[in-house]
Every structure is written in structure tokens, then in C-alpha cells.
Design a protein around this ligand. Sequence first.
Ligand code: ADP
Length: 340
Amino acid sequence: MFKSARFKLTAWYLLIIMLISILFSIAIYSEINSELGRVEHFQELRKQRDLQFVPAPPPNPELDRNVVAEARDRITLILILVNFGILVISGGAAYFLAGRTLKPIKEMVDEQNRFITDSSHELRTPLTSLRSEIEVSLRDKNLSVKDAIKLLESNLEDVISLQSLSDNLMELAQYQKQNDNLLSEKISTKEIINTAYKKILPLAAKKNIAIKNDTKDYFIEGDKQNLIQVFTILLDNAVKYSNKDKHITLTSTKNDHKILISVKDQGIGIKEEDLPHIFDRFYRADKSRSKEKTTGYGLGLSIAKRIIDTHNGIIRVKSKPGKESEFIVEIPEKNQSKII
Ligand code: ADP
């Protein structure tokens, strides 16, 4: 598809360039032609005058006309050669330019296709299990009310999980297209952290996890709701991937007009081979290491990274498997939002 689009765009570029070139050539040719006409005319006049006053040497009008006609032919040939040269050179340049023009569009379409494929794949798994459970139960002639209730409960769990997946996908799609309509207001980091902290507190309390908030207050430019979302994701993960009775510590520092906020837990940690992939969409590291069943579709960190990217920031992770993980978010004080 992109190959044919590239050829079409090349043809359009070439058409425009050649039209301009041919128009210029015609203009140059007609200008030179009229100059040659004038020369011819003056030569004619001079010859007539010379004939009247100087009888010798005998005039050779044929020779003069030949010189002018030859000049005309040579100019025509030069112009044809120049146009041919332009056609060849601009053909190559147009093909290259067409490739450059289409590259970001191709990347965007590829990314969208990947997104659709990944999403359909993730949606298919719970849907298939839901369908087979219902089908098996419907075929069972001796299905008791108790079994039916059990089935409905399990179905409800799947539906809730599917709903959360579709919510996450919508969020990701929204952040994916978000660029220059990103709000950029002056916000307090303390306010962002406190809001995220309050959201996660009930979850942490369930596992008797203490969240120590040692952050200082700094002001940054950015989108408040989006940044609250980032720290909610990080804190939610810190709780999710920690066993009971652990600690989570939140700290912040300022370094060279950048604010660094760290979320550190005493959880299960992340294996070295998983570290480069955890920000990828749908990537989930080995869950068997966690003592509890964790929920999620591997979308949280990719959403967080996307938001931090739009703030010209960086999100990185350090981890000791089986011991701790630390996510550090680095955001510039002044935000010149990236145009994506
Ligand atoms: P989800 O938590 O929904 O699986 P995320 O994108 O938030 O998706 O995280 C991707 C993966 O990174 C998780 O599946 C988990 O394996 C790992 N991970 C994220 N945060 C932590 C953490 N604080 N401790 C240990 N592992 C983590």
C-alpha cells in the first residue's frame, strides 16, 4: 500500500517539477528566439546597407541564416537535455522525498494496526473462556441452581475484567492521540502526590502496607489529571506487587530545573530480563512470583510512560528481584509539550 502511495506521490512531485521546468524552458526559448529574430533582422538591415555602399565582399545571406538557425537548434537541444537531466535528478529526489513524507504516516498506521491486533488478542482470551463456560453449562442437563449461580459469579468476574480492559484501552488510545491539546498549568507536585496517595490508601490498608510520603513541594508545568494518573498507576503497582506488611516510600528532589519523584517499594521486584519490556503495551512479567493473584493487563506502565513522554519527561526503573523496585519520574519544571 505504501509502495504504491510512494510511487503516486513521486509522480505528483515529478509532474509539478517538470511542469515548472518546461514552462521556464518555453519562456527561455521564446526570449532567446525573439533575441535571435532581432539579430536576424539587424543583420538583414546591415546587409542591405552594406550592399548599397560597399559592393565587395559579396554577401552570404545563406551563411548568416545558418548561424542563427544553428543557434536555435543548439538552444533547443540544450533545453531538452537540461529538462531530461531535471527529470532524472528530480525523479530520484522526488522518490526520496515521498518516502520521507510518508514515513511518519506509515509509522502511525503501523502503530495503530499493532494496537488493534494487541487489543483484539487480549480481548479474545477472556471472551473465549466466557463463551466456553456458558456453552458447557448450557449443555449440562443436570445444572443445579448452585452451579448456575457459581457460573454467573465467574461470568461477572470476567465481565468486570473485560470492562477494566476496555477502560484501559480507551485511556491508552486517548493518551496516544493527546499532544498539543495537553493542558499546561502550574501545579504543585505535593497536590498531585497527595491525590494519588489518597486514592491508593484503601488498597494499601487492605494489605497493611504503609505509604511514607516524604515528598517536598515543587511547582511544575503540566496536566494535573494526567500526572495524578501516573502516580496512581505507580502506587497501585507498588501495592499490587508487594506482599503484606511492607513499606512504600515517596520522595522528591530538584536537580537542574528538573523535578525527580521516586516511588520505592519492598515488593517482589522485577527480573533484569523483564526490565526493558515493562513499559511495553500488554507486557506482564512472571506473575507466579507474587503470592497473591494480581490483576491487570500490562497497560498501566505504558499509559504512565506515554503521559510522561508528553511532558518531555523520563520514567525509569531500578529493581532488585525479590527485594524492591523503584520508579523514578523526571519532569522538567517548564513544560514545552512534545508534538507527537
Ligand atoms: P499490570 O500491572 O496491569 O500488569 P503494568 O503496565 O502496570 O501492568 O506493569 C507491567 C508489569 O511490570 C507488571 O505486570 C509487573 O510484572 C511489572 N511491575 C510493574 N510495577 C511493578 C512493581 N512495583 N514491582 C514489581 N513488578 C512491577
